[in-house]
Design a binder for this molecule. Structure first.
Ligand SMILES: *[C@@H]1O[C@H](CO)[C@@H](O)[C@H](O)[C@H]1NC(C)=O
Length: 306
């Protein structure tokens, strides 16, 4: 026999809760990717080169691409210096940010009419990323209810459902991450329009480093936790089924194997004192219960107890 189902269920629950918290934090925080710009180097280069100065002067103070920045799913944030005149605000997490408008769902969406096909693809992939992530979170939220109810009622059916729902959550979240990588790939390698990498001046490409941020990392870690939780949940379902089968055997054994049962039950009365008495089938025990034999059985028990 493996581990007991309550133990597996507890471990699975802990993994699920950690996973849900991580995945939710990742959703709401703004460091999925990070672009670090060495502004000092750019400014030095501009000061040393008049042509470059003319090309870049306006942008360096006001265009986000010249500033170190992090991206979340919904915000672009500036942890160090902030570009002027871009309508930034302080996010709930305390950094200065602007909202990412490229979903083209709210506000002024006229820009979408001038998108080329790669930009349109990017827009759809961005929407899909968020939609799949929300579906994944919805599955997790639903799991809380089936999971709690399943543990409370000790219902294998609900535990099985919870395990499968967790697996669905993992699928949607992982798909969301994969699509997010698609967006990232388009931005870094495909799109030639501003403000994406291929449109940058060489000096900007040289002085910018691109990294994945901690929001992105904890999202994957959280998904890993949810995956382990779902596998454990399915394991708990199996263990519960096995334990149920054992219970069934124990309850029904007396009717199927009466002698075996009676021996078991009577051992304590006879053990050590009257060897062989324990082997008497139940029928005999009943028959002699009030007689000499029964009395001996009683004393035998007391001897054993001491
Ligand atoms: C973003 O995440 C990366 C990776 O964990 C980290 O090195 C960087 O400091 C983070 N940036 C901010 C502004 O928190």
């Amino acid at each position: 026999m493996g581990m007991s189902s309550p133990l597996i269920l507890s471990v699975s629950t802990v993994f699920a809760l950690i996973g849900i918290v991580l995945v939710a934090i990742a959703f709401g925080t703004d460091n999925w990717s990070e672009y670090q710009v060495n502004r000092r180097e750019i400014i030095n280069a501009i000061n040393a080169n008049t042509t470059l100065k003319q090309q870049l002067q306006g942008g360096v103070a006001s265009q986000p691409i010249f500033f170190s920045r992090t991206f979340g799913l919904f915000r672009e944030c500036f942890p160090d210096t902030v570009p002027t005149g871009i309508g930034s605000y302080t996010s709930p997490l305390g950094t200065i940010c602007i909202n990412i408008q490229d979903y083209m769902l709210f506000g002024d969406t006229t820009a979408a009419e001038t998108f080329n096909s790669d930009q349109t693809t990017r827009m759809h992939l961005m929407r899909t990323t968020v939609a799949f992530y929300i579906i994944g979170l919805a599955f997790l939220f639903f799991c809380l209810f089936t999971g709690i109810l399943g543990c409370w009622r000790r219902s294998p059916g609900l535990i099985l459902s919870t395990g499968i729902l967790l697996l669905f959550a993992v699928l949607f979240l992982a798909a969301s991450m994969a699509i997010w990588h698609g967006v990232d790939y388009l931005e870094r390698e495909v799109l030639t329009v501003a403000p994406f990498y291929r449109s940058w001046q060489p000096i900007l490409k040289q002085t910018t480093t691109l990294n994945y941020g901690w929001s992105y990392i904890i999202s994957w870690v959280g998904i890993g936790f949810v995956l382990i939780s779902s596998l454990l949940m399915l394991g708990a379902y199996r263990a519960m089924k096995e334990e149920e089968a054992d219970e069934y055997d124990k309850k029904h054994a007396p009717y199927m194997m009466p002698n075996y049962y009676d021996k078991q039950a009577m051992v304590p009365y006879a053990y050590g004192t009257y060897s062989g008495y324990g082997a008497y089938p139940g029928a005999y025990y009943g028959q002699y219960a009030g007689s000499q034999y029964g009395g001996n059985g009683y004393y035998g028990y007391m001897t054993y107890g001491r």
